[in-house]
Design a protein around this ligand. Structure first.
Ligand code: ZN
Length: 132
């Protein structure tokens, strides 16, 4: 499947608009792309009292709850509200572990910031994931 990262960056950027982040004012958007090309989006959703949920886990839970299992890559964009992303926003440790449950070794994470896109393999971001 051909990656259309320009389009995916736009989708992830648009998802930042949906972020509910009144406590941090840090908005994150992402798009999770399945091997069949279907795309699932996510944004961070904060909560005053219980743990917030990150954009990446929103996208994964949407996809998995609709029966999807084969994932190709995720594009993540984050930064201060109403500002262009100038610093890299990579998935947090919780999300790295969460994603590792559902992806294969070749799963890629793209991070867009400062007009650049960087590519990682999830296994490089989390080389020693917890496994039972
Ligand atoms: Zn996270």
């Amino acid at each position: 499947m051909k990656e259309d990262l320009e389009e995916d960056i736009k989708i992830a950027e648009n998802m930042r608009e949906m972020s509910y982040s009144p406590y941090s004012n840090f908005t994150v958007g992402c798009v999770l792309v399945c091997k069949d090309g279907k795309k699932y989006t996510g944004c961070n959703i904060e909560n005053n009292g219980i743990q917030s949920i990150c954009a990446e886990r929103v996208a994964f839970t949407k996809a998995i709850s609709e029966g999807k299992k084969d994932f190709s890559y995720i594009v993540v964009v984050g930064g201060n509200k109403n500002e262009k992303p100038i610093e890299e926003c990579l998935p947090c440790g919780y999300c790295r572990q969460f994603m590792s449950e559902f992806v294969e070794k070749d799963f890629k994470v793209y991070s867009y910031y400062n007009e650049n896109i960087k590519e990682y393999k999830l296994e490089d971001l989390l080389p020693y994931s917890f496994k039972l």
